[in-house]
Design a protein around this ligand. Structure first.
Ligand code: 13P
Ligand code: SF4
Length: 335
C-alpha cells in the first residue's frame, strides 16, 4: 500500500490528482472534518461543486466571496473545492500557506479562451486602455491587468472609473457586453466565453416559460445577450441565490450551472426551481471542470496534502496587484 501511495504521489503532476483506492467503509464526511482539525485547514467551496462537497465545506460562495474569505483566513492550509483559477487566486493571496486543489485538471473554458501571449499583443495594440479582467482567468492574465473584477462587483468597479477612461475587458465577452449595456460604456471586449453559460437554448427556455408563466427567469451574466434580454434578474451565483430566497415569486427558471440548485433548495425549500435547459439532449447543465472534484479526491488531497498549487514569485507579485485593487475597491463599495 505504501509503495502504491508513493507511486501515486509521484504521478500527481502527470495525472492531476492522487489516484489510490479508499477503504469503502470510511465515513468520508467524518474523516474530512477530522482532517480539518488536525491540519488547521479551511475548506472553501464554490456553489458549482457537487452537493456532498458543499455540505462539508466551511464556506460556500461566489468568486468574490471566496477570494475575500481566502484573503482573511487564519488557517494554515486552504483546501479549494473549485477550479484552478480560484485556487490560484487563494495562493496569490497566501504565498506562505499550503493551497490544495483536489484535481489540478479542474480548469475553466473561459480562462483557457484567453492565453497570456495573445492577450499581451492585444493589450500592446491599445496602450491607452486600462485592463479590467474577470477573475476567471489565469495568473498570467491577472499579471497583465490593472483591476480584477467578479460578476458581483464588475458594474460597480467599472462605474468607479472616470467616464472617459478607455477600458479593455477580458476574457468574457458576455459579461463585458452586459456591463457595457449597464454602464453605457464602450469597453473593448476580449472574445472569450464560458462553455457552460453559452449552451442554454433560448427556444427551450421560452417554451418552458410558456408552460410556467408564473416562474421568473434568472440568469448569470456569463450567458449570451438574447437570454439575458428575457431574464427577470441577472446576477452572480450569490446574487441569484439571494434573489430566490427573498423574491416573492414561488418558481424560478435558473440559467446557470446546476450546482447552485443545492443551496437554493436548502435555503428556500418551498420554492420551485427549474434548471434552464441546454441546447443538447442532456437535462442538466454541469460544468465538467467543476465536477472533476469529488468527495473522494477531496479526502485524499487533504489527507496527503497533494495536489498543491505552486507559483513562481515574480508572477505571483504581478498577479496580486490587480486582485488587491479589487479587494480594496470592493471594501470601499461595501461589498
Ligand atoms: P460567480 O460564482 O462569481 O458568479 O462565478 C460563476 C462562475 O462561472 C465561476 O466559475
Ligand atoms: Fe469556467 Fe464556466 Fe466552468 Fe465557471 S462554469 S469554471 S466560467 S467553464
Amino acid at each position: 500500500m505504501i509503495a502504491d501511495l508513493e507511486t501515486a504521489k509521484r504521478n500527481v503532476s502527470r495525472r492531476g490528482f492522487l489516484d489510490i483506492d479508499i477503504d469503502p467503509t470510511l465515513d468520508l464526511f467524518a474523516e474530512i472534518e477530522q482532517l480539518k482539525k488536525e491540519k488547521n485547514a479551511v475548506l472553501l467551496a464554490h456553489y458549482y461543486q457537487e452537493p456532498d462537497i458543499q455540505d462539508v465545506a466551511d464556506y460556500i460562495g461566489d468568486s468574490l466571496g471566496l477570494a475575500q474569505e481566502a484573503a482573511k483566513t487564519n488557517a494554515s492550509v486552504i483546501v479549494f473545492a473549485g477550479v484552478h483559477f480560484m485556487a490560484e487566486t487563494a495562493k496569490i493571496l497566501n504565498p506562505h500557506k499550503k493551497v490544495l486543489l483536489p484535481d489540478l485538471n479542474a480548469g475553466c473554458s473561459l480562462s483557457d479562451s484567453c492565453p497570456p501571449p495573445e492577450f499581451a499583443r492585444f493589450k500592446a495594440e491599445h496602450p491607452d486602455h486600462l485592463v479590467i479582467s474577470y477573475i476567471n482567468c489565469s495568473a498570467g492574465i491577472k499579471a497583465l491587468s490593472d483591476i480584477i473584477c467578479t460578476s458581483s462587483n464588475a458594474k460597480l468597479i467599472v462605474d468607479s472609473l472616470p467616464k472617459d477612461q478607455k477600458i479593455i475587458f477580458a476574457p468574457d465577452k458576455n459579461l463585458g457586453g452586459y456591463i457595457n449595456k449597464m454602464t453605457g460604456r464602450n469597453m473593448l471586449l476580449w472574445d472569450g466565453a464560458c462553455m457552460v453559460h453559452e449552451i442554454f437554448s433560448l427556444e427551450k427556455i421560452i417554451r418552458l416559460k410558456e408552460q410556467h408563466p408564473e416562474a421568473k427567469i434568472i440568469a448569470h451574466p456569463e450567458c449570451e445577450e438574447p437570454l439575458l434580454k428575457v431574464a427577470d434578474f441577472i446576477g452572480s451565483t450569490t446574487q441569484l441565490l439571494k434573489y430566490v430566497e427573498t423574491d416573492a415569486a414561488q418558481a424560478f427558471i435558473v440559467a446557470t450551472e446546476t450546482g447552485i440548485l443545492h443551496q437554493m433548495q436548502k435555503n428556500a425549500p418551498q420554492k420551485t426551481l427549474i434548471p434552464a435547459p441546454p441546447d443538447n439532449n442532456c437535462a442538466c447543465n454541469d460544468c465538467p471542470h467543476m465536477k472533476l472534484n469529488t468527495l473522494e479526491k477531496l479526502y485524499l488531497c487533504m489527507k496527503y496534502e497533494t495536489p498543491e498549487i505552486q507559483m513562481e514569485e515574480q508572477l505571483r507579485l504581478a498577479a496580486k496587484k490587480p486582485i488587491d485593487r479589487m479587494l480594496e475597491l470592493s471594501a470601499q463599495l461595501g461589498l
